[in-house]
Design a protein. Structure first.
Length: 113
C-alpha cells in the first residue's frame, strides 16, 4: 500500500505528539519521584513506619515507573519504524535515551543517598 506524502507528514506529526506525551509523563514521574525522595530525606522519615508507605519507597517506585515508561516507548518506537519505514526519522528516540540516562542517575542517587 502506497502512502501519500501528506499522509506521511500527518502520521509523523501525530507520532511526534505521542512521543512527547510518553516523554513528558516519564520525565514527570522521574522528577517527582526524585523530589519526593530528596524532600523527605532529612526529615527522619527513613526510620520506622511501613516500608511500602515510606516516601523513599514511593520516590524510588516513581523513578522506576518513569524508566519503565521510557522502555515501553522505545519498544513502541521500534514497532512504528518497522511498520512505517518511509516516515522521516525523529529525534524522539535520542531524547528518550538522554532522559533514560537522567532517570538512571536519579534512581542511583535515590538508592545510594
Amino acid at each position: 500500500m502506497q502512502i501519500s506524502d501528506d499522509s506521511l507528514d500527518n502520521l509523523r506529526l501525530a507520532y511526534e505528539r505521542t512521543a512527547l506525551a510518553w516523554m513528558r509523563t516519564s520525565l514527570a514521574l522521574i522528577g517527582f519521584g526524585f523530589a519526593i525522595d530528596k524532600f523527605f530525606e532529612g526529615r527522619g522519615s527513613r526510620a520506622g513506619g511501613a516500608f511500602v508507605l515510606s516516601p523513599r519507597f514511593v520516590g524510588i517506585t516513581m523513578i522506576a515507573f518513569g524508566l519503565i515508561a521510557l522502555v515501553l516507548f522505545t519498544i513502541e518506537l521500534r514497532q512504528f519504524r518497522k511498520r512505517y519505514p518511509a516516515v522521516p526519522r525523529s529525534m524522539a528516540g535520542f531524547v528518550a535515551a538522554m532522559m533514560a540516562v537522567l532517570g538512571i542517575l536519579a534512581l542511583l542517587a535515590a538508592l545510594l543517598g
